[in-house]
Design a protein around this ligand. Sequence first.
Ligand code: ZN
Length: 430
Amino acid sequence: MHRRIRTLAVAVCALAATGAAVTAPDQAAAAHPGLPHTGFESSGGARWTTQPEEWAFLTAVDRSSDRVSLRTIGTTAQGRPLQLVRIGGDRPTANTMLLICSQHGDEPSGREACLTTVRDFARARDAATRRFLDRTTVLVIPTANPDGRAAGTRGNADGMDVNRDHIALRTAEGRAVAAVIRDSRPDVVYDLHEYNTTPRYYEKDLLALWPRNLNTSPDVRREAHTLSEQYVRPGAEEAGYSSGVYGIWTDPVTGDPVRQVAGDGQERILRNTAGVKHSVGLLVETRVDALTDAELADPAVNNRRRVHSQLAALKGAFAFAGERRGRIEAATTSARLAGFADRGPVWTGGADNDPAAPDETIQDPPCGYRLTAAQYTEFQDELALHGVVSRPTPDGAFVPLRQSLRALVPLLLDERAAYRLTTGSPITRC
Ligand SMILES: [Zn+2]
């Protein structure tokens, strides 16, 4: 199962050495004086990049490369911009890969990895990376929760967990991500996080997990599983890190799974929302706790390892997107078309490792839901942000299941769905 990751995204890691010894970013910065650098790099990993530094950095990268464009896609409650970076992908047939970085504000390592990835892709001159970027549009939301990052909190300024908001869309952050997914229909959605260990049972350097939600098309889930198990985890291990499956405690001696503590099928979590929306979703979590005495003694060493392990995993993800381009495209395209056939059950619970109970299975879904005028007024924006098609009627609206995002419709409107927007009236004869 373990396979070698090709060096497709070599440029992405050009500023960070592979292997156990992680080059201090300030050394890398000194070696490349003409390049824009993050605050993290300039400080040798002693501190995280501030947001003013991030804006200046991205502006400089944008100016220095015709491969990159920068756009504001929303504004947080405290007035900070939500920014989207677009890199490469000039061909109309290019696959699209979306990176969502640090939607939990107190998990900063993913963000640092995303920022330097943007720069390194922007500046890469080697043929393999150019070819990759010619055929892949890489979209990056480097700071998906700017207010939370500024405060060092998991949630946003209102204390809301952005990664539980991808169905309800109550937060500016969740709405911005939904609009990007709607408009760019990414083949891959890669979500970067960090976690705290539980000694002996749950302490791998890097954990990954695919969409467990049962409404994910089997082909899309297979690709996501491949991304996790054959690219991202081996990518981390090749760089000297241990890896595992997110949410699963393992026996310290045998390595066998002993207990599941997280990582269920909830559709409101981005990893799962991505699957329901026909993208190859992946959650990646890197270990916060110090690994060595050197990390304990010097937070900068700890911080550099946290970022470097994210970069190693990303390298695997880019290799996946490059090597399996055709299979990924086939899986996401067929999943996007399947809803138009309007066939098969929809699941409001369960997971790929936890069969849905009978009351979590809508065996024979209605052909649509009717919304009252008041309901439609209240939720038409959310339906539109999701990219769900609805038809206004004289007394409200009708939302058909026969559409690309078929399974999402009951998850938003059925009385059995735990995170629904509202309860629509099921229509069984259309
Ligand atoms: Zn997180």
